[in-house]
Design a protein around this ligand. Sequence first.
Ligand code: DLL
Length: 432
Amino acid sequence: MPYNDQFECMPFEELQKFQLAKLKETVAWLYERVPFYKNKLDELGIKADDLKRVEDISKLPFTVKTDLRDNYPFGLCAVPLKEVVRVHASSGTTGKPITGPYTVGDLDQWSECVARVLWAAGVREDDIFQNAYGHGLFTGGLGLHQGATRLGCTVVPTSSGMTERQILIMKDFGTTGICCTPSYALTIAERAEELGTPLKDLPLRVGVFGAEPWTNAMRQEIEERMGIKARDIYGLTELGGPGMAYECEAENGLHINEDHFIAEIVDPITLEPVPMGERGELVLTAIQRRAMPLLRYRTKDITTLRREKCSCGSTFVKMDRITGRSDDMLIINGVNVFPSQIESLLKDFEEVELQYVLHVGKKKHLDQVNLRVEAKQDVYDAGPEKIVQVEKKISSHIKGILGVGVGVELAAPKALTRSEGKAVRVIDERPK
Ligand code: DLL
C-alpha cells in the first residue's frame, strides 16, 4: 500500500477534479502576483476560469529555463521574500544559476512527496538512512533529508564524497538504507571491495538513486554489488527538487506525484501534446507550490507516460526512465553542466581562443570531462610551464564556479577542427 493512499490511490475522475481545482488556483495565484505570467496569460487571452478540464492546460503558456535566467534571481517568485524560507539553486545555461525558492508550505509538501518515494522503495522508520547526496544548494541532500525525517528514519547526513568515511559509517552505524547518485553508489561499492569489506556483507538493504540517467543494467550491478534493492527517484530544481516521480515495487516506470504535478508529453519541435504512450519531452506544472509554481515547465527530459493499473495500488500515471534530453545539458556525476556555461567562463581568459571541445567519458563508474581549448599564439610560444599554469588556472576557475572537476588541455593554435556547420562542442563517449 502506498504511503498516502488518500492521494496516491485516488480514482482517476476524482484526481482530475482535484488537479483542475489546484491548477485554477495556481493560475489565479500567478496572474495576481507574477508580472511575467500576467503578461503571458494576457497575451494568450486566458484566465483561470477558462480552464474547464485538465486538458485545457494545453492553452497555458510554456515556461523554459531561460525564463528563469531572465528573471534571475527572484523575478518569478510569487510571494515576498519574507515568506521564502529556503532557496536552492542549480545550473543555468550560462554563468548564473537558476533558483528555487520555497515557502514553509512548499517545504512541507516536498517532504511529503519524498516520503512517498522512500516508502515506495521500501524504506521504513526503523531504517538507518545514509544520505550521500550533496547537502547545499543542490536539492538532493536536504530534499532526501526531509523526506526520510518525515518517515521517521534515523537519518545520517553524510553528504557526498569522502568515500572511505561513507563506508566506515555504514559499517559502524549499521546503515540499512542509502541514497546518492547511481554512479556514486558504484564508486562506494567498488572502494568497499578494495578495502576488503564488500557492501553486500553489511546490513544495507535498500537504495534510492537518481539525479542522473541510469539503466536497468546499472540497477542490476548496484543490487548485486551492494546486496540491496535499488529504486529510481526523479525531480528537478525548478519544480522543487527530488520527489516528483518514483519507482514502486513493480519497477516498470516512475509514478508521478500527480496531486502536486500535472504531467504532459509534447513533441519537442512542434510543442504539440503527443498521445499517451508516445515519446516526447516531459512538461510539468506545479499545482500546489506557492513560492515559485511554474506553468508547463519544459523539462527537456525525454520519456513516455503510461496510465495503467499498478500492483502497488497507486493510480498515479507512470513515466518511463528518462532516456535523454532534448537540449545539450550534460549531467556530470549528478551535476548539470551546459557547454554554454563553459564557454562563458572561457571568455574570462585572454590566454585562450573560444575554440574548444569537451570530451566526456567514464573512468570506472565516474564521469570524466576533459576540455581541449586552443591557446593564443603568444601563450603557446611561451612554453610548457606557461601552458600548465594556464591549464590549472582555467580548471580551478571552472571547479570554483560550476563545482565540476574538468581536466584542461591547451591545444596549439588552430589545432582544433573548425566546424563547417554547427560546431561540435561535446564528444560524449559514455556508454548509453
Ligand atoms: O537532480 C534533483 C534530484 C536530486 C533528483 C536527487 C533525484 C535525486 P537538478 O540538479 O535540477 O535536480 O537536475 C534535474 O537531472 O531534468 C534530469 O535531466 C536529471 N535527472 C534527475 N533525476 C533523474 C533520474 C536534481 N532519476 C535533471 N533519471 C532532470 C534520469 C534524472 N535523469
